[in-house]
Design a protein around this ligand. Structure first.
Ligand code: NAI
Length: 326
């Protein structure tokens, strides 16, 4: 049996984690031969609910769950952590400006960055889920200088998975038949869902769909605004599907993407496709041996490039709003 890995999870008593933690403990993220110790962080008022989550985790008798550390102390939660699932964030309240949300959540991530820098494993792999996820990851990275920026990512896999379903439905195929779909940019409504290079059963998706108006005017906004559609229907933001995407993101990063396919991850830009270096930007990537690689040199048309630049601009503006936190 392998040694257990320490998985720090923030916002552990929230909606997403009520689905996520059970799947991590069941081996769906790191493999069925990898034991885990869950180090669960919450704010003090949520500790009672966190206790109940820990009780339920124990009551599942997961063979791979080798320990639970519930705490409201981030230094305890991130001590020697090999992985960080950063879900906890303040929700946007009524009448709150986006810039206030950016600053409030930016403060959480700047303080977590400093703590991670101090107590976590130097090889910790992090996915930021709490919104605004890309900019939170950027702030965290700037406050954790001893952690390789390649190890700090943000979640756009939910957007990717949403796109797979919409495209499969239009093409009359199965999700498993779709390959090489891309989400570019920010996890926000400026994201760019791109089927240019996608394959449906090995055939070029744009010719299978054969409907540019649908692609641009229906598909792209449906994927980009799916989060709001779920909130309107459910009265709360996507939780089980977000948790599923976190499982997929970390699983593929650690255990590898499927042969002949790629996925979308928001990672530190290396300047590929003319995007400012260092921004946490969603790219098509393959993963092998725990390392991601951006797929470079894909041909992009003017329409997609224009949208990619809009999303870059939004990320630059978000970053500038939070400048004092870096
Ligand atoms: P939730 O409100 O149910 O849970 C969030 C939890 O975080 C709460 O229990 C809260 O007490 C905790 N928390 C707040 N500040 C904290 C801190 N400083 N340290 C530790 N814990 C803290 O929210 P839910 O539904 O679980 O969503 C969490 C976040 O994920 C939100 O920011 C949401 O916008 C985001 N999200 C991101 C998605 C993505 O694709 N990137 C998709 C869906 C949601």
């Amino acid at each position: 049996m392998k040694q257990p890995v320490r998985v720090a999870v923030t916002g552990a008593a929230g909606q997403i984690c009520y689905s996520l933690l059970f799947r991590v403990a069941n081996g769906e993220m790191f493999g069925k031969d990898q034991p885990v110790i869950l180090q669960l962080l919450e704010i003090t008022p949520a500790l009672k609910v966190l206790e109940a989550v820990a009780m339920e985790l124990n009551d599942c008798a997961f063979p791979l769950l080798h320990g639970i550390v519930p705490t409201d102390n981030a230094e305890v939660a991130f001590k020697d952590a090999d992985y960080g699932l950063l879900v906890g964030a303040k929700p946007r309240g009524p009448g709150m400006e986006r810039s206030d949300l950016l600053k409030d959540n930016g403060k959480i991530f700047s303080s977590l960055g400093k703590i991670i820098d101090k107590v976590a494993s130097k090889n910790i792999k992090i996915v930021v889920v709490g919104n605004p996820a890309n900019t939170n990851a950027y702030i965290l990275s700037k406050n954790a200088p001893s952690i390789n920026p390649r190890n700090i990512t943000a979640l756009t896999r939910l957007d990717h998975n949403r796109g797979l379903h919409q495209l499969a439905e239009k093409a009359g195929s199965k999700v498993a038949d779709i390959k090489k779909f891309i989400i570019w940019g920010n996890h926000s409504t400026t994201q760019v869902p791109d089927i240019t290079h996608a394959l449906v059963n090995g055939k070029a998706a744009p010719s299978v769909v054969n409907d540019q108006a649908w692609t641009r005017d229906t598909f792209m906004p449906t994927v980009a605004k799916r989060g709001a559609a779920v909130i309107a229907a459910r009265g709360a933001s996507s939780a089980a599907s977000a948790a599923n995407a976190v499982v997929d993101h970390m699983h593929d990063w650690v255990l590898g993407t499927a042969d002949g396919d790629w996925t979308s991850m928001a990672v530190a830009s290396d300047g590929s496709y003319g995007i400012e270096k260092g921004l946490i930007y969603s790219y098509p990537v393959t993963c092998k041996n725990g390392e991601w690689t951006i797929i470079t040199d894909l041909a992009t048309d003017d329409f997609i490039v224009g949208k990619m630049k809009e999303s870059e601009k939004e990320l630059q503006e978000e970053r500038d709003t939070c400048k004092e936190l870096m």
